[in-house]
Design a protein around this ligand. Structure first.
Ligand SMILES: [Cu+2]
Length: 151
């Protein structure tokens, strides 16, 4: 009988809808030149409930970090951050000059038109993590993009 109840409970747990629905739009990665080992990945994130972006990964990079840009003595510098807040219903844009996903230790050059898989992990207020995989398109160097003024 005990077993039967446990099984029924786990069934209920599995049928619950996923919390903090995450929408990822327009993911892209900046192309690289030969021997370039780092580049940025950008996208728009919208979570249905308060959450934060806590991690990213990609098979094309040895290391993936979340970065912010900040002024340091009149120079824009980037540095790793632990998380990017994603307030409920608000679209947060990762773009050049702002928060971005940094791909380091690239395993090969990224050509315009290539597709790069990105794994994005967000954490809800309850500490539950959700992982989403997206396919990012590689765009040419010099693409400022993101703000919607290209194309
Ligand atoms: Cu960076």
């Amino acid at each position: 009988m005990k077993h039967y109840i446990a099984a029924a409970l786990s069934l209920i747990a599995f049928s619950l809808p996923a919390q903090a629905d995450l929408k990822i739009e327009d993911p892209w990665v900046r192309a690289t030149v030969p021997h370039q080992k780092v580049t940025g990945a950008f996208m728009r994130l919208t979570a249905s409930a308060d959450a934060k972006l806590v991690a990213a990964g990609s098979p094309v990079a040895g290391i993936v970090e979340i970065h912010e840009m900040a002024m340091e003595k009149d120079v824009m510098k980037m540095r790793p951050v632990a998380a990017v807040p994603l307030p409920a219903g608000q679209t947060v844009e990762l773009k050049p000059g702002a928060h971005h996903v940094m791909l380091l230790d690239l395993r090969k050059p990224l050509q315009p038109g290539d597709t790069v898989p990105l794994v994005i992990t967000v954490e809800g207020r309850d500490g539950k993590r959700e992982t989403l995989e997206v396919k990012a398109t590689v765009r040419p160097l010099g693409t400022m993009g993101g703000a919607g003024h290209e194309r």
